[in-house]
Structure formats: structure tokens, C-alpha cells
Write a protein that binds this ligand. Structure first.
Ligand code: NAG
Ligand code: NAG
Ligand code: NAG
Length: 315
């Protein structure tokens, strides 16, 4: 029973994979695939491989990106820190978390990586996508999305969980935490919450401590957020949502990107798969803009990602 549904997932996956399957044994196919990205001007005008997605030892945030980051996230004005303060905080992070200093690889590097980005939309409910999601090399999830009790629909594997202090949750000992730093305080929080404890609050109370494997902590490069805002969103929203950052991050981490759980449910409500809609007037949520969803659909139309929208019907 279990096996047959695994098999079914595998078959579905093989059907949806564009070229990844060939990459495992043929290098020339790799260049074919790379060309496919490079041959699309719409894509190449936006996708910039040179932007480093994660903080590393060599990390240098430009003053330009720093200014953007401080000015445009709305959450920043409560902070009075300078570029030097930022560097001090980053240095402390590099000392505390080895994965940052090593520049951790997001998965098996020698082959075509397949990423699943698992959003939180209610249309995952009864989707039975679980097995399909678990087959991927890299599985990105966001914030507090639960797994327990939803395994059949959302899978069990998580290689990376994207979160920020206000959305933080405990992780198991094999999941990477990817901090989305929307402000300098978020980096301070990370360092404290995994060591001596964070005393204070941001714009709302946050956890003083979290359980995370320190070897698996990564931090998104603030310059990457600036790039997504400037190049992908053409500065059309205040700052990119976690969900949109996750999709663009996956494009930078993986050759093949499969996106689950994005978009409104069948009633056109935007709700989470684990809870009843609290506010039906929320629309697209706080900052999950139309522009972002338009771009995600555009990426799917141009076959740069595969968007799993519909329900995976039970047989
Ligand atoms: C944390 O992750 C590292 C690297 O994968 C691993 O070697 C280590 O055993 C993990 N720690 C725990 C407590 O599981
Ligand atoms: C990691 O977590 C699992 C399950 O929570 C546990 O069985 C295992 O012993 C842990 N590994 C280490 C190295 O702590
Ligand atoms: C979704 O919205 C419709 C009205 O647009 C409402 O009737 C329905 O109850 C909502 N669904 C949920 C899960 O709240």
C-alpha cells in the first residue's frame, strides 16, 4: 500500500521532470539544461547567478545594499545601527555558526539538484503530495508550518526551514535553519537564541531560545533580499515575502524547482493548510502581493519552475 503510492509519486515525478533525470549520467545534458535557462532573455534579465544567496566568510554587503536593506523593509527604522554595527553582528555570527563560515552546500553538488518549495496554502489539504515532496534532494519549508498530522499531504522531509525571529520554531537535528534577516536585530536574535538566550523583543515578543542544530544554521544574504526586491519585483512592493524569497532562493540552489502549496484555495481564500481562515478579508495577506504570484506563474509558464496547483486526486 505504502509502496504503491511511493511508486506512483515516482512516476509522477519522472513525468514532470524536464531534464534533471538526464543530468545524473550525462554531463552534456547539463549544458543543454543550462542553455535552456540562458536562452530565455526574460529569465536572464532577472536571474543573477552572481548574487550569493547566503552569508559566508567572504561575504561583503555593499553599502548600497545595506542602505536599501535599512531603508526599505519598514521594520528597520526602529533600528539606529550603522554599517559598522552590522559588520560586528555578522562577525559574531561567523564565529558561532560553522555552516556559515564553511559556505555550506545545499545538497549533493555533483549532480542536478531537485528542490521542493513547500508553501503553506490550504490547497495542500487532501492533496496527497507527501510522497512526491519527500523524493526531492532539497525540501524548503517556511515559518511554523506543521508536519505532524499532515504527512500525507505535505511530506515528512525538511532540509531547510526559512524563518525569522517572529516566526521561529524548534527544529530537529538534521534541518537547516535559514534565517531571513529583515533587520539587524534578527541576526542578533539568532546568535543569542542559540547561545545565551535573547532578552528583548522586536515589534512583538519573540522566543528567547530555540532548539536548532548549530552546525546547520545559515543566514540569507541581505544583499539577496535587496536583489529580489530590485530585480525581480522591480521595487513594486515594500519587501519580498518569505514565500517569494523561497522560490527565488530555490532557483539559485537547484537546477530543478518544484513548487507546492502556493496560491489561494479553491474558494479563493488565502489560508494555511493547518488552520481555519481567521480573516476572510485578508486577501493575499500582508505583503504577499499580486506581483509575486504573477511572477511565480510566469516562471512556471516559462518552465523554470513547476507549479503544483491542482489536487493530486486519490485513486
Ligand atoms: C548536527 O548536524 C551535524 C552536521 O550534519 C551532525 O554531524 C550532527 O550530528 C548534528 N547534531 C546532532 C545533535 O544531531
Ligand atoms: C537526532 O534526533 C533523532 C530524533 O529526534 C534522535 O533519535 C537522534 O539520536 C538525534 N541524533 C543526535 C546525534 O543527537
Ligand atoms: C472562503 O471564502 C468563502 C467566501 O468567499 C467562504 O464562504 C468560505 O467559508 C471560506 N472558506 C474558509 C475555509 O474559511
Amino acid at each position: 500500500m505504502k509502496m504503491s503510492s511511493k511508486l506512483k509519486s515516482l512516476v509522477v515525478l519522472l513525468i514532470v521532470i524536464n531534464l534533471c533525470m538526464f543530468l545524473h549520467d550525462s554531463l552534456s545534458e547539463y549544458f543543454l539544461y543550462a542553455n535552456e535557462r540562458e536562452d530565455d532573455p526574460w529569465f536572464t534579465q532577472r536571474f543573477d547567478k552572481a548574487v550569493e544567496p547566503f552569508l559566508t566568510v567572504e561575504h561583503k554587503l555593499s553599502m548600497h545594499a545595506f542602505k536599501w536593506w535599512k531603508a526599505s523593509t519598514q521594520l528597520q527604522p526602529i533600528e539606529r545601527q550603522s554599517f559598522d554595527d552590522y559588520q560586528t553582528v555578522v562577525d559574531a555570527l561567523l564565529k558561532t555558526f560553522p555552516a556559515i563560515s564553511k559556505g555550506a552546500e545545499p545538497g549533493p553538488a555533483e549532480r542536478c539538484r531537485m528542490c521542493a518549495v513547500v508553501g503553506n496554502s490550504a490547497h495542500l489539504k487532501d492533496s496527497r503530495y507527501g510522497h512526491l515532496i519527500d523524493i526531492h534532494d532539497v525540501v524548503l519549508r517556511m515559518n511554523k508550518s506543521p508536519i505532524k498530522g499532515y504527512e500525507e499531504d505535505v511530506g515528512t522531509k525538511t532540509t531547510h526551514r526559512l524563518m525569522y525571529p517572529e516566526s521561529a520554531t524548534d527544529l530537529d537535528n538534521i534541518t537547516h535553519l535559514v534565517l531571513l534577516p529583515f533587520k539587524i536585530m534578527d541576526m542578533v536574535w539568532l546568535q543569542k537564541a542559540l547561545t545565551t538566550g535573547f532578552k528583548g523583543e522586536t515589534y512583538q515578543p519573540v522566543r528567547a531560545n530555540i532548539q536548532v542544530n548549530k552546525s546547520l544554521v545559515m543566514v540569507l544574504n541581505p544583499g539577496f533580499i535587496a536583489y529580489v526586491h530590485r530585480v525581480w519585483l522591480r521595487r513594486r512592493s515594500g519587501y519580498p515575502s518569505t514565500g517569494f524569497l523561497a522560490v527565488i532562493l530555490a532557483l539559485h540552489m537547484c537546477e530543478e524547482v518544484h513548487v507546492f502549496g502556493y496560491g489561494a484555495d479553491r474558494d479563493r481564500n488565502w489560508s494555511h493548510y493547518w488552520e481555519k481562515l481567521k480573516n476572510p478579508n485578508l486577501g493575499t495577506g500582508l505583503h504577499y502581493g499580486k506581483q509575486e504570484y504573477y511572477l511565480i506563474q510566469k516562471l512556471a509558464d516559462r518552465k523554470k519552475i513547476k507549479l503544483f496547483k491542482r489536487r493530486f486526486t486519490k485513486s
